[in-house]
Design a protein around this ligand. Sequence first.
Ligand code: KG4
Ligand code: ZN
Length: 330
Amino acid sequence: MRVLGIESSCDDTGVAIVEDGRKILGATVRSSSRIHEDFGGIVPELASREHVMAILPALHSVLTSANVPVDGVDVIAVTRGPGLLGSLLVGVTAAKALALALSRPLVGVHHLEAHLYANALVEPIIFPSVALLVSGGHTALYRWSGHGDLRLLGETVDDAAGEALDKGARTLGLGYPGGPAIESLARTVTRCDLSLPVPRLRRPIHPFDFSFSGLKTALVDLAKNHPHQVDELAFALEAAVVQALVEKTVQAALAEKVKRIYLAGGVSANLRLRQAMTEMAGAQEISVLVPRPQDSTDNGAMVAAAGYYAWQLGGRMSLDQAPKTPFSLG
Ligand code: KG4
Ligand code: ZN
C-alpha cells in the first residue's frame, strides 16, 4: 500500500511516498524559512506563495526519486490542519486534485497526529504509551492507546516550547528558527555559571500542563546582567526548557503506567532533550523512542504514515471538505 503524503501547514512543503506506513520510497521538504528569517518569524502570505511555487516541483521530484508512476500511488494523505490557512489550502488543493484525477481515496490528517507518526517510520508503535508533542506552535502530552486513540493529558497554557526557544533566540540575536541556533551554540559550552528557573505552573488547571511564557522575561533580565555571555544564555535557556519537558513527561508516563514514551515535533530534534528524556525515563525502566531528526520537523512522510493508519480505520476526506484550523486532537 503506497500512500502519498503532503504537508503544507506552515513554512515547509513536504511530499513523500511511504509504503505500508513504514518504508519511505521517496521524500522531499522545501522550506521557506530563509525568507522569513529577516522578519524574525513566519509571514503567512509569503509562506503560502512559496508553497504554490514548491508543490508541483516537490511532487514531481518525489515521484521520480521513488521511481513510482503517479498512478502507482494508492491513497493520497494531506495535512488538513491545524496551521496557517493559506498554507494548508495549497497542500489540500493539490491533494484533492490528485485524488480526483487518479480516482484514489483522500485522507485528511491532523498535523500533530502526523508528527507522532514520524515514530512509526522507525518501528511499529507500541501501545499504550505517552507521547510528547513539542513544536513551534504546540506543546502537548497525550496518552496514546491505539491507532486513532489519543487522549490529551496536558498542554501549554501559553507559549509552546519551540516558541520559547524561537523568542529566546530573537532576544539573543540568533535568528530564526531559534531551536537549532540555540542548540548549536549551547553545544559549545563546557561550563555554565548562568541558570534560568525551570518553568513550573504553581496552580495548573491540569497536572500535566506546561507554561513557557515566563522564560522570555527571565532571559531578558539575565541577558541584561550578562550581555556578553550569549553562549551561556543559550545553554541556560535550553536547559530550562528541556528540564520542564522531561519532568512532566516522565511523571505522566508513571501516572499512566506505561513503559514507552514517544517524542515528536520539531523540538524533538534537540539532542539534549533526547538524551535527558532517555536518561530520566530509563531510570524508571521506561523506554523512549524518537523520530529520525529529519522526520522530526515538518515533512510529508509523517503525513503519509499517519494517513496509512487513518485510511485503515476508514478515515476519508471528501472533496467539499476544507482545511480545518483550529483543529483539536484527543
Ligand atoms: O514541528 P515543526 O517543524 O513546526 C511546527 O509545527 O511548529 O517545529 C518547529 C519548531 C521551531 O520552534 C524550531 O525552533 C524547533 O522546532 N526546532 C528545534 C530544533 N529543530 C527545530 N528546537 C530545538 N532544537 C532543535 N534542534
Ligand atoms: Zn509541525
